[in-house]
Design a protein around this ligand. Structure first.
Ligand SMILES: Cc1ncc(COP(=O)(O)O)c(C=O)c1O
Length: 384
């Protein structure tokens, strides 16, 4: 018989057992864990908005007007004018045809794949794609083909051999565990040469990636519109936007298909209208307050400069996610514990989130960090 307690014993023995840390404060530059105030390097709240006074005021006002719950799924009565306005704004920001707001980034991927899937569909994925994309595909009758991480020759080779099927290339725009960015121009041309769709999950780029143009910060804003052709684009509200929820923008028929066919969309209670309205204000706030993204970019640059100067072996990444491979889960856990003792919370990422022996420290930088915070972390990491 299947022995569940053996599985737990094995996890403990191998150093892969996960413990949740109960935070007793708002998400911010400092958080309180086990009655101790610690400098937070683990949050995806990249623009420091999760505890913003402005957004809290907006949320209170929206709650007074729309209440706290949505009462039902979007196709019954859970969809509101707040959701509709938010979708219209996201369509303008992404410059795609249409948008649907969904309950989380995880469900955006599971739900989109659910709507697009069929036994004649093949979904080609980068090996380092987020779990929701891989697991979302495994839940369907579609075929899953994985290509080596950011290896576009491997993708071209694999896609060429697929005949008489609907092909979908599906990637993270920014890889959540390494911070590397996919080449969307190259992927667009592979998709077009092979008559495939291209779907991009920009959970860690939406609201984050700064550029000099007037576009809303995202991985799309780095490219000329004519250089990329995206069929569906996913962004989340739980990271840079500071709240919770997600959306899918894209070609009109694809979004329509999600609304008509996606089971996680159809059979789940909608986000509250008060939350949808606050998300909309957060997007406007990000667009207006460009200094947040400028500060985040400066922090990323400073982190990398000091790390290199101090010979700390950081991996390649131009985004807010910076990593150091430790390779050994028990050693990694010890580093995390001693960082906590020193007043800093860093994330230890272990197998199976990353491949075996690639266990790593993942540092999330935000616009709230000061240069002193970054120096403090790096001088600590230098001693390990
Ligand atoms: C690439 C990617 N997609 C989707 C998600 C899930 O988003 P959410 O937290 O909104 O469910 C994450 C979360 O970390 C992610 O990294």
């Amino acid at each position: 018989m299947f022995n569940y307690s053996n599985i737990l014993t094995e996890l403990r023995k191998d150093g892969y057992y996960r413990e949740r840390m109960a935070v007793d404060s708002p998400q911010d530059r400092y958080i309180v864990i086990k009655n101790k105030k610690v400098l937070n390097f683990t949050s995806n709240d990249y623009l420091g908005l999760a505890n913003s006074d402005y957004l809290k005021e907006v949320f209170y006002k929206k709650i007074r007007k729309y209440g706290v719950g949505s009462g039902s799924s979007p196709l019954i009565s859970g969809y509101s004018t707040q959701h509709k306005e938010l979708e219209q704004e996201l369509t303008r920001l992404t410059k795609l045809d249409s948008t649907v707001v969904v309950n989380s980034g995880y469900l955006a991927n599971v739900g989109l794949i659910n709507a697009l899937s069929d036994k004649d569909v093949v979904i080609l994925q980068d090996k380092m794609n987020h779990n929701s994309i891989i697991e979302g595909t495994r839940l369907t009758t579609s075929q899953l083909v994985r290509f080596h991480h950011m290896d576009y020759s491997d993708l071209s080779e694999k896609i060429k051999n697929i005949k008489n099927k609907i092909k979908i290339i599906y990637v993270d725009a920014v890889f959540s565990m390494t911070g590397e960015s996919s080449d969307l121009k190259k992927l667009s041309s592979i998709a077009s040469e092979n008559d495939a769709l291209l779907v991009v999950d920009d959970a860690h780029g939406f609201g984050v990636i700064e550029n000099s143009s007037k576009n809303f910060p995202s991985s799309l804003s780095k490219y000329h519109k004519s250089d990329i052709d995206i069929d569906a684009y996913i962004g989340t509200f739980g990271k840079a936007v500071g709240l919770f929820g997600s959306f899918i923008s894209g070609k009109r028929d694809i979004i329509e298909l999600v609304i008509q066919k996606s089971k996680p969309y159809i059979y789940s209670t909608a986000l509250p209208a008060s939350l949808a309205g606050t998300i909309l204000e957060s997007l406007r706030y990000i667009k207006k307050n460009t200094s947040l993204n400028i500060k985040l970019s400066e922090n990323i640059k400073i982190f990398r400069e000091i790390a290199k100067k101090e010979n700390i072996n950081i991996q390649e990444s131009e985004t807010a996610i910076q990593t150091i491979i430790v390779g050994e889960p028990k050693k990694l856990k010890k580093i995390q514990d001693s960082a906590l003792e020193a007043g800093m919370y860093i994330q230890a990422i272990r197998y199976p989130t990353v491949p075996k022996n690639n266990d790593l420290i993942r540092v999330s930088l935000t616009s709230s960090h000061s240069i002193k915070d970054i120096e403090r972390l790096l001088y600590f990491l230098k001693t390990i």
